[in-house]
Design a protein around this ligand. Sequence first.
Ligand code: NAD
Length: 470
Amino acid sequence: MQREYSLIINGEKVAGGRGTFDVLNPATEEVVAACPYATVEQLDAAVDAAEAAFKTWQYSSDEERKAALHSIADKIEENAAALAEVIVKEQGKPLFLAQAEVGGAVAWTRYTADLEIPVEVLEDSENKRIELHRKPLGVVGSITPWNWPLMIAVWHIMPALRTGNTVVCKPSGLTPLNTIMLAEIISDVVPAGVMNIVTGESGIGSGITGHDKIRKIVFTGSTPTGQAIMRNAASNLKRLTLELGGNDAGIILPDADVDAIAEGIFQTAFLNMGQTCAALKRLYVHDSQYDAVCEKLVAMANAQQVGDGMAEGTTFGPVQNRDQLNLVAELVEDARANGATVLCGGVQPEGKGYFYPPTIVANATDDMRIVAEEQFGPVLPVIRYTDVDDAVARANATEVGLGGSVWSSDLDNAQKVAQRLECGTAWINGHAEVLPHAPFGGCKMSGFGVEFGQEGLLEYTVPQTLNINK
Ligand code: NAD
């Protein structure tokens, strides 16, 4: 029997006022479960509950909030198997990756629990003491995408709760079920109204971003949606953390050991079937190594077992939704029509499911859509260069700047090159690795603000300077 899913408003499980919508399994196109469809009035009720709960939650002690987050982490662990299964069924990723996502959710929750909220002493003289305190903002609106739905919800919600804010979360309508399960877990631990979840599409997202009682929006998703949110959030000057799209370049320097780095390149380009914000999305390879790199990547792509994420042996799942699949196929066809060579993949298999095999596109050029646009799927365009300075200029010749990487055996030189990349995180001999203690965010049109670490935590606070005349 299908499990029932509800909104959570003021600690209560509530049916959607607009009924339900179906959540589909991208591997089978069958319905996973019905998800409640909230009305705008229910959103208002959730915000009212969060605002009321903030009156007391903001004064809860650090110890209380740390203990709450650890208790939430315990319960995520207890429910790990069920969460991972739902993630596979609605998101599509293979089970081992969904298990890693749940493990990451636990690790991030515990790390965030243990962070401290500092009080800085700016002056302590005979007559005066000045302290800088950090206070919570109020109701935080969290809006999440469909690629790493549980992990990203945890990234949004845990620092908000740790710092004494209350939350209204709206997950992507494509993958809402695991986040409802997370919200149930959190609601069992925190007082009523501290954690609320409303699912549904039209009007709910914009209702959150325009809501006068919401003080901050943390959003992970595409750049156009981020721009709409920023416009809408101006009404009451909401604080914003915007983690938006990227089109990360990786540059292999001529001295790199191709055998040593090929696996890392493949894994970080195709992580989560390429549906990862900071996946490697454009690969620049020196002319002298171009054929060797392509050959290695094709061998790794051909070794993948594409299939349903729940099936034994699957290493590579479907694209999450039909629109994204169509975009990926369109970009590959466009590249082919403009002279690129599809070395492997590039053909949709027959039958049900949004499958697309890992695809390596050689002889790609910067003017092709597959390079110029964020493909966000299982494709890697490989681009030839002859001069490192030129490769850096081409890597930077984009409006977005989330991540970037340099691959080399000479770490000093690689660092010099990496520091010239216009992006929020530059990796050397790696890519797409995010860690709870390393601030992560974008520059240019990949957004602003960071998540993780002390800096990420403090984005959920407002400074208050306390000026004491002794
Ligand atoms: P999306 O922008 O379409 O949707 C994200 C969320 O915003 C969903 O919950 C959606 O319902 C909601 N939404 C849509 N329109 C809205 C509006 N007008 N107001 C408020 N909310 C609205 O993004 P997506 O397709 O779900 O995710 C893929 C994108 O997310 C890619 O561009 C990817 O790079 C980006 N992403 C970025 C990061 C990062 O950390 N920078 C991480 C993951 C994904």
